[in-house]
Design a binder for this molecule. Structure first.
Ligand code: GLC
Length: 430
């Protein structure tokens, strides 16, 4: 049955494959007239590039119209929208962006895309990003972007205050941030801060806190054996340290910051250091205040002696309630294709999931740091979404809430982590 279906689809794909202006083959999969909806990413300068992706697709497949709506910038809000939509069995959105932590939560509502891909196409991707989307022998989404937490550094200010290079440890970051902030304030920039990051209570805080925790030797929240790792001294120590930064080297409002808020302060030239994902690189190049005086390096190390970068990334999947599953699959496939990943790498410094693009001369010329930071991307630390499966979102919410209580001074780290451990035990027990 599967073979017959695959054969039929292969035939369909051949029949409707067409080439667009840059010679890249686009599989339209169907000749049905369809209008499909895609939930776009509003962060950085991604909206424009996504519109170009859509234009290339519509040119090659004139029978399909893609309506792009802006999704929320927060992955946590996006997930709630999806869950509400699935609850109502709605086909309002056809093609959905799926965060690297979400396949386990969304799997029952996403269609199998395996029949639309050849083995060769799948082999071009980093295997971990394919495996992450596999549920049995079904592939519920196709990866188009990976990411890892990184440190953005103002090289001119590091030099101005007599430091040799970027901070190697969190303690060094603290000292450098304070010195630079004091100096810049003394020169009259009252809005200047040492360090900005994602401190709001949402998925982004889980990513930041996991980096602090692992780098300090505190474990990975829930390890692959299902053991809870949060209530320990290294984690408490680092959370207390970060809490002491709020209102000193980081703005008091950092406890409400997501990626775009941190990027706004940084972009205006008002931060010495920023923790963010690769997407902020291309817009930083356009910042007049920074004027090219920055670099992107691995995050600082904690007491464990090494740094940790949380693994991020996105795939696209097709809603099981879509009225146009083939047209939607065609667009998802195009979205994750070599050409479109290359476009986003060059225009937006979005890391591809296709290995060859890291050796592509055009890509490396546009985004030289992809080359030097290979180890950061390859060695990124996953959140415990595989081991906790459908419960991951609750795990992450409990974790970010506990961390947020520490950052806002509502709880000391020891109390918050003791309670968190108890809550996680209860949640994961059944
Ligand atoms: C980025 C990452 C994603 C993560 C999110 C948190 O979009 O790619 O994996 O969940 O940030 O804010």
């Amino acid at each position: 049955m599967r073979t017959l279906l695959t054969l039929a689809l292969t035939f369909a794909m051949t029949a409707f494959a067409t080439a667009n202006a840059d010679g890249h083959d686009i599989d339209c999969i169907t000749d049905e007239q369809a209008t499909i909806t895609y939930v776009g990413d509003p962060v950085g300068n991604l909206a424009d590039t996504e519109r170009e992706t859509i234009a290339a697709f519509e040119e090659a497949c004139p029978n399909i119209t893609v309506e792009r709506i802006d999704g929320p910038a927060s992955t946590s809000d996006l997930l709630s929208n999806y869950l509400t939509m699935f609850e109502a069995q709605s086909g309002d959105i056809d093609v959905m962006r799926v965060d690297v932590i979400q396949p386990g939560i969304l799997k029952d509502n996403l269609l199998d895309l395996m029949p639309y891909f050849s083995q060769e196409e799948l082999d071009a991707h980093f295997p971990g990003y394919i495996t992450n989307n596999m549920v049995g022998d079904e592939m519920v989404a196709i990866a188009f972007r990976l990411g890892a937490g990184m440190l953005y550094v103002r090289t001119d200010l590091v030099e101005k205050y007599g430091f040799d290079g970027p901070p190697a440890t969190w303690d060094e970051l603290e000292t450098m941030a304070r010195t630079i902030q004091d100096g810049e304030r003394a020169e009259g920039n009252d809005d200047f801060w040492g360090f900005v990051f994602q401190g709001n209570n949402y998925e982004g805080l889980t990513c930041n806190a996991l980096e602090w925790q692992i780098s300090n030797g505190g474990g990975v929240i829930v390890n692959p054996d299902g053991e809870i790792e949060v209530n320990n001294e290294p984690t408490a120590d680092v959370l207390n340290q970060v809490a002491s930064w709020v209102g000193t080297i980081a703005p008091p409002g950092v406890v409400g910051y997501a990626e775009e808020d941190a990027r706004g302060v940084w972009h205006a030239g008002n931060a010495a250091f920023m923790r963010n994902w690769p997407y902020a690189y291309s817009t930083t190049l356009e910042s007049e205040a920074i004027d090219g005086n920055f670099e992107v390096v691995a995050l600082p190390a904690g007491d464990s002696g090494s740094y940790a970068a949380t693994m991020g990334g996105w795939s696209v999947g097709v809603n099981q309630y879509s009225e146009h599953p083939e047209a939607a699959a065609a667009f998802a496939k195009h979205f994750a294709s070599f050409q479109e990943q290359k476009r986003r790498a060059i225009n937006n410094a979005i890391n591809p999931t296709i290995a060859d693009l890291y050796r592509d001369a055009d890509v490396i010329e546009a985004v030289p740091f992809f080359d030097g930071l290979d180890a950061v991307f390859q060695g990124a630390a996953p959140r415990p979404s595989t081991v906790t499966g459908e419960k991951y979102n609750e795990v992450s919410t409990l974790y970010s809430t506990a961390v947020h209580q520490v950052l806002t001074g509502q709880e000391d780290a020891e109390t918050a982590l003791t309670l968190l451990e108890f809550e996680l035990e209860e949640l994961l027990a059944n």
